[in-house]
Ligand binder design. Structure first.
Ligand SMILES: *Cc1c(COP(=O)(O)O)cnc(C)c1O
Ligand SMILES: [Zn+2]
Length: 410
């Protein structure tokens, strides 16, 4: 480190790197100053490194023929966070979070949308449509704006307000559909067929979207120093995220990058909408649509009405990898949101905290061994759906005086 001192921007007095908020002489603003000569070569090397954001650094493994059509807002390149505090607290020795809330629109959907909308551009299709529980809406709207493509988005009527506002700001055409997500799905499908808009709904319907999701596996491979974690817990609606991650690991094997088997894939659903878990638990090969979804995890409240085969696909992967499908209650999800926020500094939306709740449950039931490395995919940011907070904030308000502060803290 070539950082040397604090310097007043006004009178140029220098100080050591201490806890100091203003110049002791003149009250001026302090600036951290470096010895640039000392670290010249290292700094130049660092600055020349390619910023590693954007899924397009894996262009040879993505389905675009013309690289000039790639649309990016610098999605991907998200951190893998080792959760030491939670590990100790919940007795899960090797626990990691892949923090997908760091994506441009605050959710992993940016990977899928970047891949799919680039394909739309390549096809010369200047209008796209999606059904969304909110995150794909916000993501598609942003990427469509960037790509100068018209976008129509069908959302369930009770989509979280933050996600709706986000999509709205990017200027897409939003249409609310009564009832649950599958109704919005049906409308997007109809609109796509009637008007020849490219359907980039992030179920399995658009084959390109999943290609973006799989880049999570490449990043994990890199982040685990060329090895493979044992478990990946994925919040699951229709399942392309889970299938995409699995595909990425299969490709790494195909390319001779890994010799081990792909990780065990765990599909996590909410108790109030768990068609895949229900089929898994009863040993069925086929998923039956869920009757009436009810959960705070709106991003995974997908009843799969009319596309139950999406669920079958997830079941197959889960079983083939020796993984599992597990559901968690809204209460367990709320506890996990708190734990992630208070102990790890990560603010997740309800669906994104479901994997942690599931890991705890599976650990308690003995399905996760001490030595196994477990990754939770935190799929979306807490700011996107603050309903889980309820009305439970207790924050004092005081007069701006010494007495008021003393009284409060005594
Ligand atoms: C879309 C979404 C999921 C589920 O993804 P699928 O690929 O449909 O299974 C999980 N979490 C969040 C926050 C999402 O937006
Ligand atoms: Zn077929």
């Amino acid at each position: 480190m070539s950082v040397s001192q604090l310097r007043c921007t006004d009178c140029h007095t220098s100080y050591a790197l201490e806890e100091r908020y203003a110049c002791g002489k003149c009250g001026g603003i302090l600036d951290v100053s470096y010895d640039y000569r000392e670290s010249r070569e290292q700094s130049r090397r660092e600055l020349r490194q390619e910023p590693s954001l954007s899924i397009w650094k894996y262009a040879s493994l993505l389905p675009l023929v013309d690289p000039g059509c790639a649309v990016t807002l610098y999605e991907g390149g998200t951190p893998l966070i080792c959760c030491d505090t939670l590990s100790a607290y919940w007795d899960i020795p090797n626990l990691y979070v892949k923090d997908e809330s760091r994506n441009p629109s605050g959710a992993f959907k940016d990977r899928a949308i970047a891949a799919a909308i680039s394909k739309a551009k390549e096809f010369g299709n200047n209008t796209v449509v999606t059904a969304s529980s909110g995150n794909a809406a916000a993501s598609l709207a942003a990427y469509a704006a960037k790509a100068k493509i018209r976008s129509y988005v069908f959302i369930p009527e009770h989509t979280p307000a933050e996600k709706v506002k986000q999509a709205y700001m990017h200027g897409c055409t939003l249409i609310k559909v009564q009832g649950h997500y599958s109704n919005a799905y049906t409308m997007a499908r109809k609109a796509s067929a009637s008007f020849r808009w490219m359907n980039i709904t992030t179920t399995f319907i658009n084959p390109y979207a999943l290609e973006g999701d799989k880049t999570i596996a490449y990043e994990l491979f890199f982040q685990f120093d060329g090895s493979v974690p044992d478990w990946i817990f994925v919040p699951t609606g229709a399942g392309p995220l889970l299938a995409g991650i699995h595909k990425g690991f299969r490709e790494l094997r195909e390319l001779g990058m890994i010799s081990s088997v792909p990780p065990k894939m765990a599909a996590v659903q909410a108790e109030g909408c768990a068609p895949i878990v229900r089929a898994y638990e009863s040993g069925d090969e086929h998923v039956i649509a869920w009757e009436s979804p009810s959960t705070i995890a709106s991003a995974i409240a997908d009843p799969l009405v009319g596309y139950e085969r999406d669920g079958d696909m997830v079941l197959k992967i889960v079983r083939k990898t020796g993984g599992l499908a597990v559901s968690v209650s809204d209460k367990e999800i709320t506890v996990s949101i708190r734990a992630l926020a208070e102990q790890e500094g990560i603010y997740a939306e309800p669906a994104a905290a479901a994997p942690l709740a599931a890991v705890k449950k599976c650990r308690d039931q003995g399905s996760i061994q001490d030595h196994e490395r477990v990754v939770c995919i935190v799929t979306g940011h807490g700011l996107k759906d603050s309903r889980s907070l309820g009305g439970r904030m207790d924050i004092p308000i005081i007069e701006p005086t010494d007495e008021a502060l003393e009284k409060l803290l005594s």
